[in-house]
Design a protein around this ligand. Structure first.
Ligand SMILES: NC(=O)c1ccc[n+]([C@@H]2O[C@H](COP(=O)([O-])OP(=O)(O)OC[C@H]3O[C@@H](n4cnc5c(N)ncnc54)[C@H](OP(=O)(O)O)[C@@H]3O)[C@@H](O)[C@H]2O)c1
Length: 283
């Protein structure tokens, strides 16, 4: 297979400037049917929306995750660092609330933010550009670990992470891949993400780790290719498609306990996200 380069120009973050462990994958559907209720002698089905907590909701991918969740009928608790920014990012929606959530501030505060009404967490955080080279470690490793710990404190047993291809570049023979070098020179970004992934995998939480290629703001220009972990070392994908995979994963049992890598290719056949997840073996 021809090597395709990881488009560094797309990797915009890079600049110097359980409840209990469930053996059975659980899905989170947007419309949950609560037990039948007797109302004035008539048995009615009460429908309630599932609430999903999105960390990094004002980010380029996070915003798309929120928009797609709302479009699918979920309620969203948007975890953000800046509520004013969030209000300017999203239009008013009764199904959308904002809560302050800085992932570096520890799991106790995050647990408060997640609350006892969220069914799942989607994490689309990524360190912000800064000269502080410890930021990737604090946000992409420790911050994600804090979020998982917060899930465990609040009994949330579903965690979906937007990570990155090449996080395990050294082990897959990509040590000299320019993207691997560049991303790690400025703050060990990929190593930080891999550390967080390893923590998630050992935590017992029902996880889906999505590792996209270079992210593009453009709408999709091809179909999604999904491969197992440590497979892809280049190419790009639209953030719309990354958000779609993260949101769809909530409803797809085959996405549980899996690490997948995604890019898009114009020549790729169109497959459902369910079939794509089903094609990846669980480890
Ligand atoms: N760029 C690429 O080509 C590429 C490729 C593969 C994977 N990825 C990864 O994909 C993910 C999404 O990327 P993106 O480009 O869409 O992200 P982005 O636009 O840079 O958004 C990152 C989000 O993380 C938030 N954040 C930063 N520090 C935080 C903290 N301490 N606590 C809570 N939230 C914090 C930001 O909050 P504010 O809105 O307040 O700034 C922002 O909402 C990232 O993990 C990134 O590393 C990126």
């Amino acid at each position: 297979m021809a090597t395709r380069l990881f488009p560094l120009s797309n990797y915009q973050i890079l600049s110097p400037s359980t409840k209990f462990f469930s053996a059975f994958p659980q899905t989170i559907t947007s419309k949950a049917t609560t037990p039948k209720m007797e109302v004035s002698g008539i048995t009615e089905k009460q429908e309630s929306k599932k609430k999903i907590f999105v960390a990094g909701a004002t980010g380029a991918t996070g915003k798309r995750v929120v928009d797609q969740l709302l479009a699918k009928g979920f309620e969203v608790k948007a975890g953000v660092r800046n509520i004013e920014k969030a209000k300017n990012t999203f239009s008013n929606n009764p199904s959308l609330e904002f809560v302050k959530a800085d992932v570096t501030e520890g799991s106790a505060k995050l647990a408060e933010a997640i609350g006892n009404d969220s069914e799942a967490v989607i994490c689309a955080t990524g360190f912000s550009r800064s000269w502080d080279l410890t930021q990737p470690w604090k946000v992409d490793n420790l911050g994600t670990v804090n979020l998982v710990e917060a899930c465990q404190k609040t009994g949330v047993n579903r965690f979906i992470l937007v990570s990155s291809i090449l996080v395990n570049g050294a082990a897959m023979g990509q040590l000299l891949n320019p993207a691997y070098i560049f991303l790690n020179v400025f703050g060990l970004t990929l190593i930080a993400k891999l550390q967080a992934e390893n923590y998630i995998r050992k935590s017992g939480i029902n996880y889906t780790i999505i590792r996209p290629g270079g992210l593009k703001n453009d709408p999709p220009s091809g179909n999604i290719i999904m491969e197992p972990e440590d497979t892809l070392s280049g190419e790009a994908i639209s953030r719309d498609q990354v958000a779609e995979v993260a949101v769809e994963a909530l409803d797809i049992p085959e996405s549980s306990f899996k690490v997948v890598e995604i890019v898009s290719r114009s020549e790729a056949p169109k497959c459902s996200i369910k079939d794509l997840f089903a094609s990846i073996k669980q480890h």
